[in-house]
Design a protein around this ligand. Structure first.
Ligand code: NAD
Length: 275
């Protein structure tokens, strides 16, 4: 895991960057285009958007403007809750692709496990995958019971489960389940939007390595084989967040950060989300 260009291999053989940029709440237009251009210049290869973020057009524009070969970039988008169901998902996918202006998508995710619908949504993703429109398919916000249900009633296994995950919500049980099933875990709100940067243990570790608490947290993700997608629009922070490949936390330091877990969610609980 020596550089920002390091890749993980998904269970279907597709390679994906081990670290990326999330763009929730980055505004369509100049802001998204500038942010992505800065990130790509710094070596980011993975961009995580969603139809819900309403910035797919800017993501596509920035990717095309970058001049970087398409196959060197990994673009994720997601099907939103109100578009779930088989036909609805196929339609939503076409709309996302139109906005992105790309020939194919790298990863398409079911954004949330909408009760009574996510199995039909998944069948649509399987079709898109079989047809080669998307290189890999996965889910987001799935708990163990959602994954068990999906695995029982589907042909293709998700490659990824993207969930809220940070030291205050370390999701050990879910991570273990996913590892057994060869499903990679991707962390949303990997920095918990900066809520716990003043934890003394993070400060001490950060000082030892000449890093910031944000960098220590992102490094903790990498060493747990979690793919973090921190969001920032600030060039200095984009750089800071990517500068995590030149130090290594010890086993003891990893444990100290694990001990911060309080099973504390800041986002919605997938079981009580108001779909
Ligand atoms: P995050 O943990 O990445 O925090 C982002 C915020 O933290 C920034 O807005 C900024 O205020 C601050 N920050 C970033 N870098 C910093 C630094 N180096 N120092 C100090 N502060 C810093 O939270 P997020 O945006 O919620 O999550 C990241 C991405 O995950 C999103 O952009 C989106 O792509 C994805 N996401 C997915 C879901 C889902 O349901 N699948 C939900 C939420 C977010």
């Amino acid at each position: 895991m020596g550089s920002i260009f390091y890749k993980v291999t998904l269970h279907n053989g597709v390679e994906m960057p081990a670290f990326g940029l999330g763009v929730y709440k980055v505004e369509e237009g100049t802001q998204i285009e500038k942010t992505i251009q800065t990130a790509l210049d710094l070596g980011y290869g993975l961009i995580d958007t969603a139809s819900f973020y309403e910035n797919e057009e800017g993501v596509g524009q920035a990717v095309r403007n970058s001049g970087i070969p398409r196959e060197d970039l990994f673009i994720t988008t997601k099907v939103w809750n109100s578009d779930q169901g088989y036909d609805e998902t196929l339609r939503a996918f076409e709309l996302s692709m139109e906005k992105l202006g790309l020939d194919y998508l790298d990863l398409y995710l079911v954004h949330w496990p909408v009760k009574g619908k996510y199995l039909d949504t998944w069948r649509a993703l399987e079709k898109l995958y079989r047809e080669g429109r998307v290189k890999a398919i996965g889910v987001s916000n799935f708990k163990v019971h959602h994954l068990e249900d999906l695995l029982l009633h589907s042909n293709e296994k998700p490659v990824i489960n993207q969930v809220e995950l940070h030291p205050l919500l370390s999701q050990a049980e879910l991570r273990q389940f996913c590892q057994q099933k060869e499903i990679k875990v991707e962390a949303w709100s990997p920095l918990s939007r900066g809520r716990f940067f003043d934890e003394p243990v993070l400060g001490e570790i950060a000082e030892k390595y000449g890093k910031t608490p944000a960098q220590v947290i992102l490094r903790w993700h990498l060493q747990h084989q979690i793919i973090p997608i921190p969001k920032s629009v600030t060039p200095a922070r984009l750089k800071e967040n990517a500068d995590i490949f030149d130090f290594q936390l010890t086993a003891r330091e990893m444990e100290e950060i694990d001990e911060l877990n309080r099973n504390e969610r800041f986002g919605a609980d997938p079981d009580s989300f108001d779909f």
